[in-house]
Write a protein that binds this ligand. Structure first.
Ligand code: ADP
Ligand code: MN
Ligand code: MN
Ligand code: MN
Length: 369
């Protein structure tokens, strides 16, 4: 069917299935995935293996040219890829794998964009607290011209109101992308908790979790990779910009739901939640610096005190209040135990930085800049 949309390098995606259905012999492919020097974008490259890896240790350390990913260090441009998590590959199927990697410099030190290394150490220190995270990833679909997908080319859709959790052709844009991503994540074994259409048309959300410790960041990054790949097949762009359209349109966040064993314990959970909130209130600015890749600059456009956000300058907490920095869900207050929701992280945050500072502040009583 001819498309009315003209993409720069558009191909008929259905043809690929002919080739992907060919047998691949006894070989297995591994697609190594890493975070580049923007601290936001993902890169990948694939290699052939002789047998199916069962754990990250079965995979070789690999390398790439860091001077092409904003990660160069002088003349030492080789960056090492250390496999840390494995997922079944929903794009090529069979025994093929997606491989999440940490990046290391020539001197074996983590790169600047490798926030996982420090996060993993903190999660090990705090493991007796059994920290769980559920991250709500909001994102916007854009057309190749940068306009939100499905929006009129000269003008705007009607004001916000009918779009959140909506059904109907005039209210939701790109549901097929959301559904494809949902299924691809389930195939990959990602702990995806759910999904919904958001307040701004062409904006969506999915949730990861609850995941313990370092796995929250791993699963979120891999689910972002899968989303970008799915959207490629549909010729649509995914944006994690926290405020893709200025004005009276909701921004995009990564609400981070957090609990410890104590918070989940009936009878004393609510007290543990309140204690954590008190600690977080004392270092609000430090958290804000860690909640987007630009030290708070990106989130500044989003955390205005409007559109279900709190002001970036103030710390606040409340039961069922979506205009606060931290929300205690109504059900949690009623049950007397459960979790808190930190509403401040931006949609383009690094979840390793976010989960690390939350645990250091609330469990380990450490101050992070
Ligand atoms: P909201 O009402 O803010 O839209 P969602 O339903 O989108 O909330 O997301 C809630 C998130 O909280 C999910 O990712 C879920 O996995 C997570 N979650 C549920 N219970 C816990 C818990 N005890 N600790 C941490 N996260 C939790
Ligand atoms: Mn949600
Ligand atoms: Mn939401
Ligand atoms: Mn939320």
């Amino acid at each position: 069917m001819p498309s009315s949309r003209s993409l720069p390098a558009e191909t008929d995606k259905a043809i690929l299935s002919t080739y992907l259905s060919l047998p691949q012999g006894d070989k297995v492919t591994a697609c190594y995935i890493w975070i580049d020097g923007t601290h936001e974008n993902l890169r990948c490259k694939s290699r052939t293996l002789d047998s199916e890896p069962k754990s990250p240790e079965d995979l070789p350390i690999w390398n790439y040219d860091g001077s092409s990913t904003y990660q160069a260090e002088g003349s030492n441009s080789d960056v090492y890829l250390h496999p840390v998590a494995l997922y079944p590959d929903p794009f090529t199927g069979g025994k093929n794998k997606l491989v999440l990697c940490e990046t290391y410099k020539y001197n074996k030190k983590p790169t600047e964009s490798n926030k996982r290394r420090a996060c993993a150490e903190v999660m090990t220190q705090a493991k007796d607290f059994e920290p769980w995270f559920g991250i709500e990833q909001e994102y916007s679909l854009l057309d190749v011209d940068g306009r939100p997908f499905g929006w009129p080319k000269n003008g705007f859709p009607g004001p916000q109101g009918p779009y959140y959790c909506a059904v109907g052709t005039d209210k939701v844009y790109g549901r097929d992308i959301m559904e494809a991503h949902y299924r691809a994540c389930l195939y990959a074994g990602i702990k995806i908790a759910g999904t919904n259409a958001e307040v701004m048309p062409a904006q969506w959300e999915f949730q990861i979790g609850p995941c313990e410790g370092i796995s929250a960041g791993d699963e979120l990054w891999m689910s972002r990779y899968i989303l970008h790949r799915v959207a490629e097949d549909f010729g649509v762009v995914v944006s994690f910009d926290p405020k893709p359209v200025p004005g009276d349109w909701n921004g995009a966040g990564a609400h981070t739901n957090f609990s410890t064993k104590a918070m989940r314990t009936p009878g004393k959970g609510l007290q543990a939640i309140e204690d954590a909130i008190e600690k977080m209130g004392k270092v609000h600015a430090n958290h804000i610096r860690n909640y987007d890749p630009k030290g708070g600059q990106d989130n500044q456009r989003r955390l205005t005190g409007r559109h279900e956000t709190s002001s970036i300058h103030d710390f606040s907490a409340g039961v069922a209040n979506r205009g606060c920095s931290i929300r205690i869900p109504r059900q949690v207050a009623e049950d007397g135990h459960g979790y808190l929701e930190d509403r401040r992280p931006a949609s383009n945050c690094d979840p390793y930085s976010v989960t690390e500072i939350i645990v250091r502040t609330t469990c380990l009583d450490q101050t992070v800049e």
